[in-house]
Design a protein around this ligand. Structure first.
Ligand code: KIV
Length: 280
């Protein structure tokens, strides 16, 4: 399958729904890429589902690059997006460009994603101006969830909804090539999707968006600490993994594994070595 480009993703708006999922390592990247997924996001959700942090706030640039490099080695057709972690783009546009550039130069990403509305437009414009395609992310922005009063649906009244429409349009003007809409009412997502000419990718934003993204561990049932209500588990792998691990434990303890089929055999009598060492 041909490698997807930024124009390919933009041209899918109104023509074909866009799929995006997260990846943090090469094994998952290969599986996801082979499934034909349109975009792979090395999300800063890495901090929660792979590194064991309580939130995405502690995730560093070096951690993101380490995992983005691994994912990059497993991708051949999907458009690869690196998520800019907290404080990697807010300090100043120059620092944002350098950090965004690391995703492309060191990890082979095609684009980066930043959270925020009008307040990050100068940064989006600087990164895009440096030739780095940038995805916006509005609605519930996990890096600043504290400021938003927690992990809550955003834009529920006309005033906050209107602000999100303005944010979406400002991000498009600043050069964003697409927008993640997280945890907003479905009707607001429909309005935002109609008011911008770039694709919207929803997560907890209903069916009207141009595409959908989920955290891969959520849809596979691999992360149970907190499962948002918008997540659909396409398979519940945790119990099956637990079963397999229990079988391994039981078979090793009982001597059932490894058997002949899973061992390297030889006709040479190695016990002779034991006799030699006993003679010495
Ligand atoms: O970090 C992440 O995985 C994300 C997606 C949920 C959009 O930002």
């Amino acid at each position: 399958m041909k490698k997807k480009t930024i124009p390919d993703i933009i041209n899918m708006k109104g023509a074909e729904k866009i799929t995006m999922l997260t990846a943090y390592d090469v094994s998952f990247a290969r599986l996801l890429d082979a499934s034909g997924i349109d975009m792979l996001l090395v999300g800063d959700s890495l901090g929660i589902v792979a590194l064991g942090y309580e939130s995405t706030v502690p995730v560093t640039m070096d951690e993101m690059i380490h995992h983005a490099k691994a994912v990059g080695r497993g991708v051949s057709q999907a458009l690869l997006v690196g998520d800019m972690p907290f404080l990697s783009y807010q300090v100043c546009p120059e620092e944002a460009i350098v950090n965004a550039g690391r995703f492309l130069k060191e990890a082979g990403c095609d684009a980066v994603k930043v959270e925020g509305g009008e307040e990050v437009c100068a940064v989006v414009s600087a990164i895009d101006g440096a030739g780095i395609p940038t995805m916006g992310h509005i609605g519930l922005t996990p890096q600043t969830a504290g400021k938003l009063g927690g992990f809550k649906v955003q834009g529920k009244d006309l005033e906050t909804a209107g602000k999100l429409v303005d944010d979406a349009q400002a991000l498009e003007q600043a050069g964003a090539f697409s927008l993640v809409l997280e945890c907003i009412p479905d009707k607001l997502a429909e309005v935002i999707t109609a008011s911008v000419s770039i694709p919207t990718i929803g997560i907890g934003a209903g069916p009207a968006c141009d595409g959908q993204v989920l955290v891969t561990h959520d849809l596979l049932g691999l992360f149970d600490k907190f499962v948002p209500s918008f997540v659909k588990k396409y398979v519940d792998l945790s119990p099956r993994i637990k079963e397999a691990l229990a079988s391994f434990q039981a078979e090793v303890k009982s001597g059932k594994y490894p058997d002949v089929e899973h061992s390297f055999t030889t006709k040479v009598d190695m016990k002779a070595l034991l006799r030699d060492s006993e003679d010495a």
